[in-house]
Design a protein around this ligand. Structure first.
Ligand code: SF4
Ligand code: SF4
Length: 421
């Protein structure tokens, strides 16, 4: 029954593919795996065959579709506007129902959706205890002391951002915004969140942090857990709508793209889709907001000359179209020597839970990115996505490099802090 419903839902999208193959040149998983069945075109075809009941749903087929990072690079070049992500998600929904979701994945995701109170209590404790087995890197990663080549993990940031801040008031605000924090920034990338709040306040913007916001739903959609994702999306829409603000700001490429695409999921219902569309119009990535809405023209200087480069998060660049604004801001800071890395827009291999489920493959994709970063010899590599930063940090650690990884907004915040001292 679900299979037929899903086929109805995506058949038009599948039939739209004309097999031109343009998408093959940009797919990071195809570049490593090489089989047609792992190309965007091949995946679309496979999904169609399974949903139509012409080939069985087997572990092999699931693994081909599971090796997609949902980076959307294929969608950026597809001449017929193929919605490959929707096709992949439909398949994963079927696979989740018929074959189940791995218990470890379910547990992890359920912590973020159903047990946030527990996460709030555990995060500060974990932030203290993790220093025993792990050593913190300058970019905020955790290296296992007994095996420095083991996968680098994110460090907890102490008290969650949302527990620390609810409302930042300023004198005569020029705008009032809501900050959509996202799970990573709330628990791990707390300094990124602080940087956003600080920079907004310094630019005369009042910020509220709606306390009932929750996970954006992206990892649930990506895992085929659509029912749960819909509940989260609706909760977020209610929270952001109630905030009654001029704009919604985000600083995580993946969360933000998810947020801007809530209306695309028919499962949320027409009433919520309407609300989501209205929210989408006033949702901005932090750099996009500073440049396009506040028209920031100058920034303070970094304390010393620093060679900086920027990596495009796939979701931020392809999904949200935010490409130039972070670069413009980085170049605006005195003492920042901006260097463009070659192929800045190629995937870093993170892909959220993809890098957990397919770590070896994600590392291979990542090593291409690390080569590009190292080729321009920066002191700091930045991006607009904490997830990309973590994966890049892991790759640099494995390569024995001392290049520091940072969200670009943290670097800008450093400049503000130094200017104040
Ligand atoms: S979303 Fe990314 S990984 Fe998936 S098929 Fe498209 S290009 Fe390949
Ligand atoms: S670029 Fe689009 S139309 Fe062409 S093969 Fe890929 S998915 Fe199909």
């Amino acid at each position: 029954m679900l299979r037929e419903e899903l086929y109805d839902q995506v058949k038009k999208l599948i039939d739209k593919c004309n097999r031109c193959g343009f998408c093959r040149s940009v797919c990071p998983s195809l570049a490593e795996l090489g089989w047609e069945s792992t190309s965007p075109r091949g995946r679309v075809f496979l999904v169609g065959e399974v949903l139509a009941g012409r080939i069985p749903l087997t572990g092999d087929v699931v693994s081909r579709i599971d090796q997609c990072l949902l980076c959307r690079n294929c969608m950026a070049v597809c001449p017929v506007g193929g919605k490959i992500d929707q096709v992949i998600i439909a398949f994963r929904q079927l696979a989740a129902q018929e074959m189940g979701v791995a218990t470890s994945k379910k547990l992890m995701l359920n912590m973020l959706s159903d047990h946030r109170g527990l996460c709030d209590v555990m995060a500060p404790v974990a932030a203290v205890l993790e220093h025993i087995p792990f050593k913190e890197t300058p970019g905020g990663g955790a290296i296992f002391r007994l095996n420095k080549k083991m996968r680098l993990l994110p460090m907890f940031g102490g008290k969650p951002l949302m527990s620390q801040f609810q409302h930042i008031k300023v004198d005569k605000p020029i705008k009032k915004v809501a900050f959509y924090v996202g799970c990573y920034i709330n628990y791990m990338g707390v300094n990124v969140g602080r940087a956003v709040l600080n920079i907004l306040a310094r630019n005369g913007v009042e910020v509220v942090i709606p306390q009932t916001q929750t996970c954006c739903g992206v990892p649930f959609f990506a895992s085929g857990m659509v029912e749960k994702a819909v509940t989260l999306v609706r909760q977020n829409i209610d929270a952001l709508e109630e905030a009654n603000v001029d704009a919604v700001i985000y600083a995580c490429g993946s969360c933000g793209t998810g947020l801007k695409e809530w209306a695309r999921h028919p499962e949320i219902g027409s009433e919520y889709a309407e609300k989501a569309k209205k929210l989408e119009e006033k949702t901005f990535e932090i750099g996009e907001f500073l440049i396009d809405q506040l028209e920031v023209k100058e920034l303070p200087s970094l304390p010393k000359p620093t060679r900086v480069t920027y990596h495009d998060s796939c979701h931020l660049a392809v999904g949200a179209g935010v490409i130039e604004q972070p670069r413009t801001l980085l170049k605006m800071m005195g003492n920042a020597e901006y260097i463009e890395m070659p192929e800045a827009n190629t995937c870093c291999g993170m892909g959220g839970l993809f890098s957990v489920n397919h770590y070896d493959l994600s590392r291979k994709i990542n090593s291409r990115k690390i080569d590009k970063i190292m080729s321009v010899n920066p002191q700091v590599v930045t991006s607009g996505c904490p997830g990309c930063n973590l994966h890049i940090m892991d790759g640099l650690n494995k390569a024995g490099s001392d290049i520091v990884t940072s969200h670009y907004i943290e670097l800008i915040n450093n400049a503000y802090d130094c200017a104040q001292e």
